[in-house]
Design a protein around this ligand. Sequence first.
Ligand SMILES: Cc1cc2nc3c(=O)[nH]c(=O)nc-3n(C[C@H](O)[C@H](O)[C@H](O)COP(=O)(O)OP(=O)(O)OC[C@H]3O[C@@H](n4cnc5c(N)ncnc54)[C@H](O)[C@@H]3O)c2cc1C
Length: 545
Amino acid sequence: MTRSTQLQQAESQDFDLCIIGGGATGAGCLLDAQSRGLRAILIEKHDFASETSSKSTKLIHGGVRYLEQAVKQADLNQYHMVKKALRERLTLIRNAPHLAHPLPLLTPCMSWMEGIYYTAGLKMYDALSGDLSLGKSEWLTKEESLERNPALTRKIHSTVLYYDGQLNDARYNLALVRTAVQRGGIALNHTEALQFEKDSAGQLVVLHVRDRLTGRLLRVRARRFINATGPFSDRIRVMANPEIPRRMRVSKGVHIIVPADAMPSDTAILVPKTDDGRVVFIIPYNGKLMIGTTETETELGDSQPVVESSEVDYLIGYVNRYFEQPIRREQVIAGFAGLRPLLQANPNAESKELVRDHEVEIDRASGLVSILGGKWTTYRLMAQDTIDACCELMGKAAIPCITDHIRLVGGEGFAEDFWQVLVRQYGLSESVARHLNRQYGSESLAIARLMQQNPNWSETLTEETPHTKAEVVFAVREEMAQTLKDVLARRFGLEFTDWHTTYRITETVADLMAAELSWSDEQRAQAVQEYHAEIEWFRKSAEIV
Ligand SMILES: Cc1cc2nc3c(=O)[nH]c(=O)nc-3n(C[C@H](O)[C@H](O)[C@H](O)COP(=O)(O)OP(=O)(O)OC[C@H]3O[C@@H](n4cnc5c(N)ncnc54)[C@H](O)[C@@H]3O)c2cc1C
């Protein structure tokens, strides 16, 4: 279904549910609602996963640190939270195996005592996952550890190996949206919720929406409105009910990227304790090395958060304590910053002490249903709780949630070795075929067919990346991409991992998009100029040349 058809349908029918926000939480709600037979629409201000849901550490985890807190504080609530998240790990991987997989991690120990402590903790983590474990944790000697990850400092005593999951967050988010749309849901990116209309009892009945690409205004009618705007939740809550007290606190987290050769290993490192009591990960991701994250209490602004120079220095300084060959600032090639939606439990608590659990809030005065807090790993449970609450409000409580076994687009029929078929039958190079199979799963066939249709599209965009021209065409035709950033950040992930390459290929991507979307020469030139300026701004802020 094209965007214009979806826009028409947005006004021509009454929906059961209108979901505001197209991150993991909103996309999960759309799929859950649609798969229960409800008529649902999703309104996203920028692009799907344009905010926090594409800026995460990309871990599907129960939270080793939360387990530590649960044990230390004898907190049963945190214990159950970890257990639930551990169960979700496997569900996320099973439903989109091309976009999520198990990830081995090493926890460096500087002494024998630390080894005992982390082994006991990670064994408990294993036990909690039960038969849903992704692999057994193991205490490794110094020699075994260095064999597994030679980048580690020779000062370690030992390491503890354990397993969590890793996902391509932006593409997973998109797969959720597209699976819901295949089931009849409507999902509009670049549309902003502006204000509500209420009935005589003060209940929300209409949402006024602006299409940010054309300026057109729409009225969306629904029985219930769901606020799934993550860090922006308070803004929608206040829009619905100006009297409502604020519930959210926001903390900024940044990651930086260096080339993969800085750590020649597929086993990530968890730095268990920074001086201010957090954890930092060093993780192989999409052919690069990702380091993060920071945690800084912040206020919501109008522009996207960016990596600051001091944050680059902080992360490098910290991880170099664990590297034999220190990472140099000149090696940093990109970075990204996101905002954690933290549910305010105790207004006086430090943000790192807040429990990252979620809550479905029903504002009786306006009828708005808000889903607050949570994390990527638990998006499906958050959606389930939200749609359960809505069903109850609408007198449809008997319809059960079925999302735990819905395969997402590309996940159905996915096989790890399918890339060989692409090589044999479509003549693709091994690197392109492997890349397509990982990013698109069984949909990689559709891209190979585009290449057959137009052999020019089988060219890669540069020699530095396996991304092909056909994928730009696919992103526009099938994945609802409307802007250069939609393609280069969320569909390709390149903006997050390589600013230089992103800048270089912008012109070629613009040519392909202009042809697909009938952009004029002026529109094309303006799009390139604005996007280049944005990348320059990222570089300047992080002081990366
Ligand atoms: C640095 C960092 C690392 C993290 N790492 C992990 C991790 O490894 N594992 C994990 O499980 N979790 C992690 N998280 C948490 C996780 O990423 C978030 O909890 C999750 O992505 C939040 O999703 P969301 O859909 O609620 O919010 P968002 O992704 O922010 O989505 C909200 C959407 O609402 C839209 N919106 C706002 N206002 C409007 C409006 N008026 N009209 C229409 N749309 C609107 C926004 O554009 C946005 O797209 C991390 C978070 C951060 C910041």
